[in-house]
Write a protein that binds this ligand. Structure first.
Ligand code: ACO
Length: 703
């Protein structure tokens, strides 16, 4: 474990720099919190004028402290922090918890950089600045100005919003979601979310890592930290509305909003997502208390048809559609219900179900190998006692001796149900007030297994590429002062990375056009080549299905005239003579260089699917063969690739390979390519491959 981060999150001794005797000041509250919660380390209050605060001896400066100091919690104004960092460094403090605001969040990046550089020069790490602090139940450490330690539990939360930490701290008691650590990360000037994921993954008191994220600095480090983690990680990302999508030069750029790119990155990092704050609580509870769900067979037990149907709907919504239980399972379940009950799935024991039936069916179903996950529902009735039912469920689970299968519960009712659920949660069984929430929580436990399978599947293959040729093409365009490659150049770059582009060559004159057309073979396509005309069709610069020599000559003149009419001063390189690819299913590949995650690729069906329906999916490059195949299945238009209305299936294997090659290209040339697209790419019947018909590369601006 990282020693300095250890010192910050689990200090054996802590100095409060700016400890104050004045109630209401943060420096007073932090000290009071440390004392009040019974922190099990040594506390050193530091203040230049006070002699005693809260009965503790106060040191005038950190250098006066007699013993070693693991962490210093800084609660003095920003302008004094840099000097305090020096003092701490000289004293040999290992880590700093800087609560103080007034750094990059208000535009003072220089001061923030200065304190980080200083801290590093003394081998110290910084949590913050601009944070509430850090809390740890297992150490009785409340080094923060949040009012108290959270409800004890096994999850640990890292949040970029300090106010949210305080809110979650308080809500942990009403929501009955327990935490061991709450860590406020603020400006994350030094210790990052990724560092904390790695640290918490090794923390014995943490079973699930819960994150509230506004944005990262280094998205790839996060993906790596997530992949390497062995505990479930759940993230709530805010700021995903279309409002934030960057204005961009390409299709992909305009479609690559934060939501889609972050979702892709979370998936690649093996991180489960929460849809909102409630969902973060609900899923954190299940992930912190229950093992993952290893198969698809979910069984729902209920005493009420309505909640059973609600759970059935939710199961489908959250990726766990219910299946009928096998006949032997049904036969056994039938023994614990009246004639008019149903042993299918959901298993409806009816309103007659009391303690005994709940106990017997739960025990049987939970123990049966067909069942991979169990959701037990209960509607409060006049004849039954919720606490008794809860006790029956708990005893059944305990008697089964099973530890590697998840169970979630929902009691729908009033105060008695609420009390019963509290008891279940305290005993480690997540319980929720609505059936769909219990199913959603189970969905998170299933997602976790899927995500772990994905991140551990085969590594990304590194195909043989001719990057030298690609870089030469780019260098030549840059030499000519261009920020984009022409179609022919783009295709040369694509071809150098193994992508199957249509044969395209440049004709400068009519005669050259005729000669090339004959060489390539009729019919051909003719397209204007000009760095000043990116939308070739709009300029009347494209002619397809050109069948003979005379047509080549006629079209050559027409295209040239159209291009000049479109933009009189356009720099025209000539006309591309291109093999006319036969019809296929149109798809689009695109890329952006995302500010957080770097080269990121998009895939979707072409035409209206992308234009109108925005039916696209993203991945951070490069992608493995498994991820590429998943991208094909993720879009709503996936059945079109599988073959609809009697059409043969498309060559998805070849298309997956193309996705991998393309992702490898944008990854390898990330220092050069800002955006690119291949549109359209034609996909033929199985075994007949794929053709990239048009390609575009926009170069990164260089200083
Ligand atoms: N060493 C030790 N003590 C010092 C030093 C020093 N170098 N310099 C000053 N002090 C003492 C002061 O004398 C004072 O003690 P006193 O009360 O005995 O006089 C104490 O440190 C605090 O200094 P003040 O000048 O009184 O500062 P104040 O308490 O008003 O503010 C604070 C300091 C809280 C750090 C403020 O600058 C700040 O940043 N506030 C915002 C913090 C915040 O909200 N962070 C989380 C953001 S997330 C969210 O919004 C929920």
């Amino acid at each position: 474990m990282n020693e300095q981060i250890n010192a910050v999150l689990r200090p054996k001794s802590i100095a409060v720099v700016g400890a104050s005797a004045t109630p209401g000041k943060i420096g007073y509250t932090v000290l009071e919190n440390l004392v009040k919660e019974g922190y099990n380390g040594v506390i050193y209050p530091i203040n230049p004028t006070a002699t005693e605060i809260l009965g503790m001896k106060v040191y005038k400066s950190i250098s006066d402290v007699p013993g070693p100091i693991d962490a210093a919690c800084i609660t003095i104004p920003a302008k004094f922090v840099s000097a305090a960092v020096d003092e701490c460094g000289k004293k040999g403090v290992k880590g700093l918890i800087i609560i103080t605001s007034g750094f990059s969040e208000v535009g003072d990046r220089a001061l923030e950089d200065e304190i980080v550089a200083k801290a590093h020069s003394y081998n110290m790490r910084i949590l913050g600045p601009n944070i509430v602090g850090t809390l740890s139940n297992s150490d009785k450490l409340n080094a923060s100005f949040a009012p108290f330690l959270p409800l004890e539990g096994k999850a640990s939360l890292v949040t970029q919003s300090g106010a949210l930490l305080i809110a979650i701290d308080a809500a942990s008691f009403t929501r009955r979601v327990g935490f061991d650590k709450l860590v406020s990360i603020g400006n994350a000037a030094d210790i990052s979310i990724s560092d904390l994921v790695t640290w918490l993954d090794e923390d014995a008191s943490t079973s699930c890592i819960s994150l509230y994220i506004e944005g990262f600095k280094d998205g790839r480090a996060f993906i790596e930290a997530g992949k390497a983690a062995s505990k479930p990680i759940i993230a709530l990302k805010s700021g995903v509305s279309a409002h934030g999508a960057a204005a961009a030069a390409s299709h992909t750029g305009s479609l690559a909003g934060a939501a889609k790119v972050y979702s892709a990155a979370f998936q690649q990092a093996g991180v489960i997502q929460a849809s909102d704050l409630n969902n973060l609580f609900d899923r954190t509870l299940a992930l912190s208390l229950q093992p993952p769900m290893r198969g698809d067979n979910l069984l729902v037990l209920t005493n009420g048809g309505g909640v059973g149907v609600l759970a059935t709907d939710a199961a489908e919504r959250y990726g766990l559609p219910l299946k009928f239980a096998p006949a032997d399972v049904q036969a056994e379940l039938k023994k614990h219900m009246p004639e008019f009950g149903s042993a299918k799935n959901p298993v409806d024991m009816t309103g007659m179900a009391g303690l005994e039936w709940y106990h017997e069916t739960t025990k049987f179903a939970y123990s049966h190998p067909w069942v991979d996950g169990l959701v037990v529902l209960y509607c409060e009735t006049a004849m039954t006692n919720p606490m008794e039912i809860a006790q029956g469920i708990l005893t059944a689970v305990e008697e089964s001796g099973i530890k590697d299968k998840p169970i979630t519960v929902s009691f729908v009712g009033g105060e008695r149900s609420d009390k019963a659920m509290r008891m279940l949660v305290e005993k480690g069984i997540p319980a929720y007030p609505a059936p769909d929430i219990a199913v959603n929580a189970m969905g998170a436990l299933r997602e976790y297994t899927h995500l772990r399978e994905m991140v551990t599947e085969g590594a990304v293959a590194a195909p043989k590429v001719d990057s030298k040729t690609a870089r030469e093409v780019i260098a030549k365009a840059r030499m000519e002062g261009r920020g984009a490659l022409t179609e022919i150049e783009s295709k040369q770059v694509f071809a150098a990375y193994g992508l199957p582009v249509t044969t395209t060559q440049l004709a400068r004159t009519e005669d050259e056009a005729v000669a090339l057309a004959k060489k390539i073979g009729f019919p051909i396509v003719m397209k204007i080549v000009s760095p000043d005309i990116l939308h070739k069709s709009d300029a009347g610069g494209v002619k397809v299905n050109v069948k003979d020599e005379q047509a080549v000559r006629d079209n050559f003149r027409t295209i040239m005239a159209n291009a000049r009419a479109y933009k009189a001063d356009a720099d025209i390189h000539g006309i591309a003579i291109q093999e006319m690819a036969p019809w296929g299913t149109e798809v689009i590949l695109g890329s952006v260089n995302d500010p957080t995650f770097g080269p990121t690729m998009m895939f979707g069906l072409g035409g209206i699917f992308v234009e109108v329906l925005k039916d696209v999916t993203f991945r951070v490059a490069p992608v493995s063969a498994g991820q590429a195949a998943r991208m094909l299945g993720e879009i709503r238009g996936a059945p079109i690739l599988a073959g609809v209305r009697g059409e043969a299936p498309r060559d998805r294997k070849a298309l997956s390979e193309v996705l991998c090659l393309y992702s490898n290209m944008i990854f390898d040339l990330a220092d050069e390519i800002a955006e690119s697209d291949a549109n359209p790419v034609l996909v033929y019947e199985e075994g007949k491959g794929v053709k990239v018909v048009d390609a575009r590369v926009i170069l990164k601006k260089k200083a």
